[in-house]
Design a binder for this molecule. Sequence first.
Ligand SMILES: Nc1ncnc2c1ncn2[C@@H]1O[C@H](COP(=O)(O)OP(=O)(O)OP(=O)(O)O)[C@@H](O)[C@H]1O
Ligand SMILES: [Mg+2]
Length: 494
Amino acid sequence: MVLAVLLIHAVLLPILFYGMIRVVRTAQEEVFVDHVRIYSRVFADLLQTSDTLMTDDEVIAHLDSTILGGRCVHAALKLDDRRLHSTVMDSDDEEDFVEDFHFGEHDDGVYYLSVPVFFGESMAVLELGFDEEPTALEIETARTTIRNIVLSYLLVSVIFAILMSNVLSKPLRRLRGDSRLIASGDYARQISTNSTIFEIAELSRDIEHMRSTLVGVNARLEAEIVSREKAESERRKVERHLRHAHRLQSIGTLAGGVAHEINNVLLPILLYTDLALEDLPKDSPVRPNLERVVRLAKRAKGLSEQILTFGRQSGDAMIIVPDLAPLVDEAMSMVRALIPASIEIALDIERPVGPVLCNPNEVQQLVVNLCSNAYKSLLKGAGRVRITLENCCVSAKTAENFTRLQAGECVRLSVSDDGEGMDPATMERMFDPFFTTREVGQGTGLGLSVVHGIVVSHGGEVVVSSEVGVGTSIDIYLPRVDDQEHGSERRLKI
Ligand SMILES: Nc1ncnc2c1ncn2[C@@H]1O[C@H](COP(=O)(O)OP(=O)(O)OP(=O)(O)O)[C@@H](O)[C@H]1O
Ligand SMILES: [Mg+2]
């Protein structure tokens, strides 16, 4: 803006300056020329008023008075071959007299002009010269004054332009700063310029409107992204659970079929071996071998029963058990026989806990399998296993993390240890049938898969948390049933 003002003034002010100077000079010069010409004519008329010819002294006296009374510097009268001139003049150099038509024409500082004077029949020529210097000085003074006025005007204009551009650009600069901050991600910044300039205030309002619209759109998009991400992670979780459930189901079906067939073979083996033992004399050397066959066949039968339990083909009925505490007590007495005395068992059992629709044998199997794993994780054969049984309530928020269990009243059985813990790879596969990290002959890898099968068949959930070197905690949630259903017997289909 300042530059534009400077450019406009650079073009206009010289034109204005020279135009004004020209007008003043022309006016001054014309006034000078008019004055001297009128003065000369009046003076000439004064000389020729008398009817008789003036004497030379009278003429000279008139010429002197002309010089003494005004700006006249040269006064002479040419009459025939005579030349009379004012005595006030320093000299009368006839050569100097060069008649002027315009002001300052011959650059000699004097405006010369001649006027005819008639004395009766004869004519004389009055030669007068006027000093141009005062008029030239006046023109110069006017020039200086005009120049000063123009320069002052230029200065005031530039200062005004600077002030105006500042007033105009300040809200615009603030608007630009705010816009940049918003563009760089500070969406919460509000735009308010408080400008008195209508257009800027309007612009600011429009940008603020756009910002608030964009913020709304942005918030909606962010919320949508978050909800989509949540839905996606939920979908992946469900997918993982489904894959796992499918894998377990197919293995369970296969294992159940195999166990059934093995059972079919084992039963006649046991039967015929028993018959053979009955027929054998007590001291027969074959007897110990046959007894070994019976033992091994029974062990194989135990294994196939575990496999059947995992495959949910045990066929046992479920009943509503009003209190799980006695069941767990009974299971713990078996566990105590299993676990070395160096291991501390801490029991925290609420009474009563339930009622729960369950298969009592399977619930006891849960306790035994979990405790067996817990004590096996205590590498040095010492440590603590903690068993907790309590009623609890699963909130809707917690239920979101479970695929089977619904929000509501539950029973929680927790078995925790401060043993070796599990790494993520082991945790990923721990429920797989026949997955074990134990040495050959030390574990079948069926313990947790049986636990999983039982819990699933009861409509419950298993939650495992474990850290290597810290320990493991396995929580089993089983849904509680209505008290009115006590004593009834029913099957739960999963
Ligand atoms: N409390 C625990 N602490 C550490 N690791 C455990 C625990 N429970 C289970 N595991 C790991 O999970 C694997 C599978 O356990 P699972 O009970 O299915 O089989 P197993 O204990 O190896 O064999 P079995 O139960 O027939 O004795 C175990 O080999 C072990 O690596
Ligand atoms: Mg086990």
